[in-house]
Each structure stands twice: as C-alpha cells, then as structure tokens.
Design a binder for this molecule. Structure first.
Ligand SMILES: Cc1cc2nc3c(=O)[nH]c(=O)nc-3n(C[C@H](O)[C@H](O)[C@H](O)COP(=O)(O)O)c2cc1C
Length: 167
C-alpha cells in the first residue's frame, strides 16, 4: 500500500518450471461483476461465480496470477490470462472476487458460459493505488509479464493440459 514510485518490474516472473501448488485448476461459470472492468479500466474481466472461487481460496493467497484459460466448448482455443483473486482494495469491494482478464480481443461481453482456468504462477500482491491510471498501468504490466513468462517451454506446453479437453 505504498505511494512511492516503484522501479521497473521484471517481465519474467515465476520459476522456470511451475512448482507446487501449481498448476491450480479452476472451473466455473462467468457471472456479472461490478461492471467496472470494461467501462472504467478498458480491461474487460470475466468474473467467476462465488462457489468456484471458494474452492481455490484455501489453496491460494489473494493476489495476481497468470496462466491459461478456455471459454465455452472443451477443446476450443486456449488463451493466455492474468487474474486477480481478492478484494480489489482500490474499489474497497465487499465481496471477494476472482476475475480473469483473457488476453484476446472478444467482440462482445459474455455471461453464463463455462470457463476453465489453469493458474500457473503468482505475480504480485493486490494493491491499493493513488489513482485509477496507476492501477491500469500495473495491470498492463501484468499482461506483459504473463505473455513473456508463458513463452517458456514448461509453461507453453501446459496450454494443452487435460483440463482443456486435449488428450
Ligand atoms: C490482472 C489484474 C490485476 C488486478 N490488480 C488489482 C490490484 O492490485 N488492486 C485492485 O484494487 N484491483 C486490482 N484488479 C481488479 C480491478 O480493480 C478490477 O478488474 C475492476 O474492479 C473491475 O471489476 P468488475 O468487473 O467486477 O467491475 C486487478 C484485476 C486484474 C485483471
């Protein structure tokens, strides 16, 4: 929760081979969030239902993570993702949330579809920010971290994990 200017963040985060407890799998339905994601941040997020979140909260601390995600049909396209698990201190949420930003341009919002998430590494703790711009800037860095970190072989090969319906 500091306001000082932080040094540039590294673009590769996490060990070269995802260690325990990863990969952590998460399956649920996309529900409506507070609706700020696209409107205020310009970063759409898919929110998971409470019951899906409860299952992972015993395994993972709150914070920002990266990995792979699939929407809808099994064996369909798998995309890189960054996600936040927690309370969104900037917005002082009363409900805990798990929100996934899928690193892909979708033409429109979607709800009530299945989402399968493979969480592979922790990036950083959730933070409070002096401004919305600072929050947006850090999420853009998280996206770069995910893209770079997932190119490493041990992470890239998990794009075809059995969770996604590939045999
Ligand atoms: C990768 C990522 C990192 C995030 N990091 C933070 C954070 O550090 N602090 C915070 O308050 N919210 C964080 N958020 C949550 C945003 O505040 C959230 O996406 C926004 O509240 C939109 O939520 P809504 O769709 O439920 O309205 C993060 C979200 C994502 C996708």
């Amino acid at each position: 929760m500091s306001n000082e200017i932080r040094a540039e963040r590294p673009l590769i985060v996490g060990p070269s081979d995802p260690g325990a407890p990863f990969p952590v799998t998460l399956e649920g339905t996309v529900v409506k969030g507070y609706g700020r994601g696209s409107r205020e941040l310009g970063i759409p997020t898919a929110n998971l239902s409470e019951d899906a979140i409860a299952a992972i909260c015993s395994e993972l601390k709150t914070g920002v993570y990266y990995g792979w995600v699939q929407i809808g049909e099994v064996a369909s396209q798998v995309y890189p993702m960054v996600m936040s698990i927690g309370w969104n201190p900037y917005y002082r949420n009363e409900r805990r949330s798990a929100e996934v930003h899928i690193i892909h341009d979708f033409p429109e919002d979607f709800y009530n579809v299945a989402m399968r998430v493979l969480i592979l590494a922790y990036i950083r703790p959730e933070q409070n920010y002096p401004s919305l711009d600072a929050l947006i800037k850090d999420i853009h860095t998280d996206i770069q971290v995910a893209k770079h970190s997932l190119k490493r072989p041990k992470y890239a090969e998990l794009r075809s994990h059995k969770l996604f319906g590939f045999t």
